[in-house]
Design a protein around this ligand. Structure first.
Ligand SMILES: [Zn+2]
Length: 318
């Protein structure tokens, strides 16, 4: 039996729900609470993937799009029932098992960054992954939430025996001598973080454009968000997944409005072009996607609507 509109209104009035003026997810604000989704395991063909979280952090809403007013961004967030005073960034790291090898994509931000991050090792242990078993580390780019965790609290490099990889363009941009003097003041800390993190890696191999890392695992250029930003294509037995770093920011921002330009996109024109190319590829070829900053675990499919896109998350099975 369906509730009539009048009954529903009565119900709302009785329960006081109508008194809540904030959007429902705002009302459900989980600040101050933590959740217990430690890891998410799935497969692409015969390649096993575990998503582990490094935690998360908040950014101001002005960071969503450099061309929008604060009021229009608030309106956008309310439309999707999200809190309108901040944006929450998950950090979803993938551990990919290929034969005897274990490749991790990015290393999170450790304890030197903002917010509740640095949870990688706790969550690896909950997922039963021994950090010493990681054989390869692929860095999508050198922004702090992806690379700053490279040094632990004792200044030791994590995964010291693994093979590290990053694109040559990315490495060369950040490590250029005098880079720190060439950027705006607000960006200096980012450069120092990137340089200190990259320098801490004993040996790192660089690649250009496209590189096969392990059987079924290919790195490819998705620059724009950063000078040499790269993504990973996982292919096995006819199934495909793209692990796209920061090509997209969040589901209710970058997908609902792919024209939004986050303030962290270093080449806004290139980033937007890349974003649209990846959206085209994902929707036309029906490739699954793992979003670093999507709600955990950030794995699912993206489908196209007329002017926007929608994320259909993989369902968690209990
Ligand atoms: Zn990021």
């Amino acid at each position: 039996m369906f509730l009539s509109r009048r009954k529903l209104l009565n119900y709302i009035n009785c329960t006081g729900i109508a008194a809540i003026s904030t959007p429902i997810f705002g009302a459900m604000n989980t600040n101050g609470n933590t959740h217990h989704l430690d890891y998410f395991k799935f497969s692409i063909g015969n390649i096993k993937i575990t998503v582990v979280s490094d935690g998360g952090f908040q950014l101001p809403i002005s960071s969503i799009d450099i061309n929008s007013t604060e009021e229009s961004l608030k309106e956008h967030l309310r439309k999707y029932h999200m809190p309108d005073d901040h944006i929450y960034m998950n950090t979803n790291l993938a551990v990919i098992e290929v034969g005897e090898n274990k490749l991790i994509i990015d290393v999170g931000s450790g304890s030197r960054f903002i917010g509740s991050t640095g949870k990688l090792f706790d969550n690896l242990s909950k997922a039963n992954i021994d950090p010493d078993s990681i054989t390869h580390v692929f860095l999508t780019h050198a922004h702090p939430d992806h690379i700053l965790g490279i040094r632990d609290d004792f200044d030791e490099t994590i995964f010291p025996d693994a093979k590290f990889m990053i694109s040559e363009k990315e490495y060369n941009w950040w490590t250029k001598k005098d880079r720190v003097n060439e950027v705006e003041e607000t960006f200096i800390q980012m450069v120092l973080w990137a340089q200190n993190s990259l320098k801490a890696i004993p040996e790192i191999s660089l690649f250009t454009n496209e590189k096969s890392i392990l059987p079924g695992i290919t790195a490819f250029d998705t620059s724009g968000h950063s000078p040499g930003h790269s993504s990973i294509l996982v292919e096995s037995e006819g199934s495909k997944l793209i692990i796209g770093g920061d090509v997209f920011r969040n589901t209710y921002t970058s997908l609902k409005n792919p024209d939004f330009i986050p303030d962290t996109d270093m080449d806004p024109v290139k980033a937007k072009k890349t974003r649209n190319e990846i959206l085209d590829l994902l929707t036309k070829e029906k490739i699954a996607y793992l979003g670093y900053h999507f709600p955990f675990p950030g794995v699912g499919h993206i489908i196209a609507h007329e002017k926007s896109y929608e994320f259909i998350p993989a369902s968690i099975r209990w």
